[in-house]
Design a protein around this ligand. Sequence first.
Ligand SMILES: NC(=O)c1ccc[n+]([C@@H]2O[C@H](COP(=O)([O-])OP(=O)(O)OC[C@H]3O[C@@H](n4cnc5c(N)ncnc54)[C@H](O)[C@@H]3O)[C@@H](O)[C@H]2O)c1
Length: 343
Amino acid sequence: MGNSKLRFGIIGTGAIAGMHAKAIEACEDSILTGVCSSSEERAKQASEKFSVPTYWEISKFLEELDLDVVCICTHSGNHLEPAIEVAKAGKHILLEKPIEVNLARADELINACEDAGVKLGVIFQNRLKPGFLQLKKAVREGYLGRLLMGTASINWYREPAYYSSSAWKGTISGDGGAALINQGVHTIDLLLDIMGDAKSVFGQVRTMVHEIEGEDLGVALVNFENGALGTITGGTSLYPGNPERLEIYGDKGNIILEAGEITTWNVDGLNPEEASNKIGGSGASDPMAIDFRLHLGQVQDMVDAIRNDHEPMVTGRDARRSLALILGIYQSSRENQLMELTL
Ligand SMILES: NC(=O)c1ccc[n+]([C@@H]2O[C@H](COP(=O)([O-])OP(=O)(O)OC[C@H]3O[C@@H](n4cnc5c(N)ncnc54)[C@H](O)[C@@H]3O)[C@@H](O)[C@H]2O)c1
């Protein structure tokens, strides 16, 4: 493949697509080659936003552009169909979170990529926040000892207009739910990455403030496979929204992150590196308060995975874990009982 730039395309030209375009352009090893919208009219709008060829039929977009990687930035309940087309065309995929809105669709997506022999990377950009990387290093190197408890709090707020101006947000078919699966999933992914798989969960979710199908408030108790306990609280109803928190407790110490930055570091024998603890932002009240450099890191990771033939940093199977836990919370709430999670 040499060292020529990998050719990236984007399907779905809404809000997050701009972040992908910025990241692809900023990466020295990739070039944005074209984008694909959902209609001719949307494509016209997109051609003003992205200065690359614009399509509205995925088949033509795939045929004409000789792409290496396609970023899938369609709404969460429509990741599967574009992904199947892209995988069948033999292109690698970098897909937005959550992987999909239910496990059957997530599995079909993962299988389509495996059958086609293409790589599937899923965007969970907060994995690259420096504070989280330091937390992960401390845990993996044993500085926290045996893990006892992990808590994730995503006590956020969204304006009513956030839901009323979108056809899919907060709907079951388009979003899979609301606060936990759309906003909370980032920190739930981090919690699982540190604590390991969840064995069972008891959850309660409610729709308290917004006029939506999905939940705008949720609380869960998690039993991890390793015997540790966890809690999750999340919402988009908790005005004005506080920065998300991840707290990890071991028998030798604990670390607390707020919006990905270290606020508590009770670790003997290892000091946090202060200088690198800066990149980030929090979507506590603003959905677009995201730092594009984190997406850039995942674009670079995808390039490296293709060039060196290894798995992307967040695989489809990895991304399936947060989806399974969140769907377990929803089911637990509906049935009012503890749910065992089978992987
Ligand atoms: N990583 C993050 O922090 C982050 C932030 C925001 C959104 N997201 C994720 O990105 C995805 C998109 O969110 P958004 O806020 O950009 O939504 P959006 O509604 O702004 O954009 C989605 C776009 O997809 C288009 N689309 C739908 N089906 C299509 C198809 N078959 N072909 C081409 N285009 C199609 C729609 O026309 C729309 O323009 C969601 O899965 C969301 O969870 C991730």
